[in-house]
Design a protein around this ligand. Structure first.
Ligand SMILES: [Ca+2]
Length: 252
């Protein structure tokens, strides 16, 4: 009887031990799985969402460094694919700069030119009838383009078609009288474009009027070029005139 009881108890103990040793790895695996999944899914605020690059995060999540933090975490990001997701004060934002898109999630396609600008080929143009001296006109044009667009500049006219566009948009009030980005302030008689730094090649006439009418003012002070009726005229740079500005169009 005693032998039977001892054998029975040994069998029971063996079964219990086998069950216990069977369940241990399964439980451990489950904990690992669930903590990884939870960390990735919750992202920020959960220590387990730490990552090194986007591939370690689920779809729709980006691996980002928060302000003032040293480790990156998987953060849910609703930005469109072409834009950059960034993190500030525990909130995600979308950076559309240079993508050609706008909107909270960079989901809206931008037009090639901002509103109010006229497009011709790969450029956008705007005429501003406020009068500036030539240097202020340069700065004014540089300040005009909205953030999502390339930098604007005082117009650089490089062929006949562009010349016609500049005259057309500046001539809406009757005749053209507007600064363009050309001057010979650096070296007398050598006219250069302020944006590219290139020496002028295309000219609507063989001359710029500063050399043609030197008897009105000495050519030394007639350094900045403006559109005047149908020709280009060098003038005193300190005179106040409207401006024509240009920027590259966004080409998608
Ligand atoms: Ca141009």
């Amino acid at each position: 009887m005693g032998k039977f009881m001892i054998t029975f108890m040994l069998v029971v103990l063996l079964i219990v031990f086998m069950k216990a040793s069977e369940s241990k790895p399964t439980l451990k695996q489950n904990i690992l799985k669930s903590s990884k999944a939870r960390g990735l899914a919750l992202g920020i605020g959960n220590g387990n969402g730490i990552c090194n690059d986007h591939d370690q995060c689920p779809d729709g999540y980006a691996c980002l460094l928060a302000e003032g933090k040293t480790v990156k975490k998987c953060v849910q990001c609703n930005c469109s694919e072409t834009s950059q997701c960034y993190l500030e004060s525990e909130t995600t934002f979308c950076n559309c700069s240079g993508t050609g898109f706008t909107g909270q999630y960079c989901e809206t396609l931008l037009p090639p030119c901002p509103m109010g600008w006229y497009q011709n080929r790969n450029s956008c143009y705007i005429y501003d009838c406020t009068a500036y001296d030539w240097m202020a006109a340069v700065w004014h044009c540089q300040s005009l383009s909205p953030n999502e667009y390339p930098n604007s500049y005082l117009v650089e006219i490089t062929d006949e078609e562009e010349n016609q566009v500049a005259f057309a948009i500046s001539g809406i009030t009757g005749y053209s009288d507007a600064w363009i980005g050309l001057s010979d302030t650096e070296s007398e008689g050598i006219f250069k474009w302020i944006n590219s730094g290139n020496i002028v090649t295309y000219k609507p006439f063989d001359y710029i009027y500063d050399a043609y009418y030197p008897y009105i003012y000495p050519v030394e002070v007639m350094d900045c070029v403006h559109l005047h009726y149908d020709h280009w005229d060098a003038e005193i740079c300190g005179k106040f005139k409207p401006v024509v500005c240009e920027m590259p169009a966004l080409i998608q």
